[in-house]
Write a protein that binds this ligand. Structure first.
Ligand code: GYE
Length: 334
């Protein structure tokens, strides 16, 4: 068992000392629970968390939620920013294993290529919680649970709005798509869900689809190129608000009116996106909640206590029209 490690022995003696001071006896502190939870009641859970980066407003809100919830839950958080690189995440996870944290949580930059490092965590007996994004590993025992959104459903909701918007119309609808970062679960799934819904009607044509890396800068640049290559764009579907907001700048610079000349659908519903929606520059936003912190900390405690948790924890989300955005904007926290 990993509790023979130095760090745990240190924790253990701290717990023994605390127990002795509190009740003047050692009885409660040397029992079996020290072997499964790492010590007595004052012994903090340590979580190693590897974040994707800081690419979007969503990510910033997600990081804040995780950091604040860890503090509230009394969990010692070791936070590492991968700056968008899988290799950095693998390094961070290996370092968490070496430090023998109690729980590892991470939001995978891409879906593939995790089996080896997840196996290392499993062999070290350190539970892993996937947060926000999933991995495509076949072996589901490599992680305890996955908390996050259903990205395919988000793509479908975007497609369904479009189908309704153009109901009864027969002329072609030219769509350009700004994809999220290549290989990321939300990019793959939001593309697939959307395509699945619009394929039922051949008038919907995706005339260009490229990555905008989930960032404003890339969203703007790629949209500029789209506008140059295609004078006849009807709709922009952006996999997140930030890319949509970048694209809006490009559309305005090209002398067109976002939301009117080109209809815009995005995903996330962060404050900047909701502001643009309420101003009529975006037409529809599919919500994706970044506030995963409280549930993540809860799951970490359960997993650490040896309780069984659901393999999949879904976040609840809605969608927003321009009118709905106006109604909730003032209370939007992120
Ligand atoms: O939609 C995007 C971010 O993984 C759900 O990543 C997340 C996505 C989010 O960069 O804005």
């Amino acid at each position: 068992m990993r509790f023979l490690e130095d760090v745990v022995l240190k924790k253990w003696s701290a717990a023994v000392l605390a127990g002795a001071l509190a009740v003047g006896a050692l009885a409660g502190c040397g029992g079996d629970d020290a072997g499964s939870t790492g010590g007595g009641g004052d012994d903090k859970i340590t979580m190693g968390f590897s974040q994707v980066g800081a690419e979007s407003g969503w990510r910033t809100a997600n990081t804040k939620s995780i950091q604040e919830s860890a503090a509230t839950a009394g969990i010692d958080l070791k936070f590492s920013d991968a700056q968008g690189k899988q290799e950095n995440q693998i390094k961070a996870i290996r370092s968490f294993i070496a430090q023998r944290v109690d729980v590892i949580a991470f939001s995978p930059v891409v879906e593939s290529g995790w089996d080896t490092v997840l196996k290392e965590a499993k062999d070290a007996n350190i539970p892993v919680i996937l947060t926000d994004r999933s991995v495509d590993s076949q072996d589901k025992t490599l992680y305890k649970t996955f908390i996050g959104s259903d990205f395919v459903l988000e793509g479908k909701k975007a497609g369904e709005w479009l189908v309704k918007e153009y109901e009864g119309k027969t002329e072609p609808v030219n769509i350009v798509e700004l994809q999220g970062s290549p290989g990321a679960a939300p990019a793959n799934d939001r593309k697939a869900g959307f395509a699945d819904v619009i394929k039922a009607d051949p008038k919907f044509k995706v005339i260009a689809s490229q990555t905008g890396q989930f960032t404003r800068t890339d969203g703007k640049e790629v949209m500029e190129a789209f506008l140059k290559a295609h004078p006849d764009i009807d709709v922009l579907y952006a996999h997140n608000d930030d890319m949509g907001l970048g694209a809006i700048e490009a559309i305005e610079a090209a002398g067109k009116k976002p939301g009117t000349d080109i209809k815009i659908i995005t995903v996330d519903a962060v404050k900047d996106g909701m502001t643009a929606l309420s101003e009529g520059k975006i037409n529809f936003i599919v919500e994706c909640s970044p506030l995963l912190g409280p549930q993540l900390m809860d799951l970490a405690k359960k997993v650490k206590a040896g309780e069984t948790v659901e393999q999949r924890v879904l976040t609840e989300e809605t969608t927003f029209t321009q009118e709905q955005a106006k109604a909730v904007l003032a209370d939007r926290k992120y």
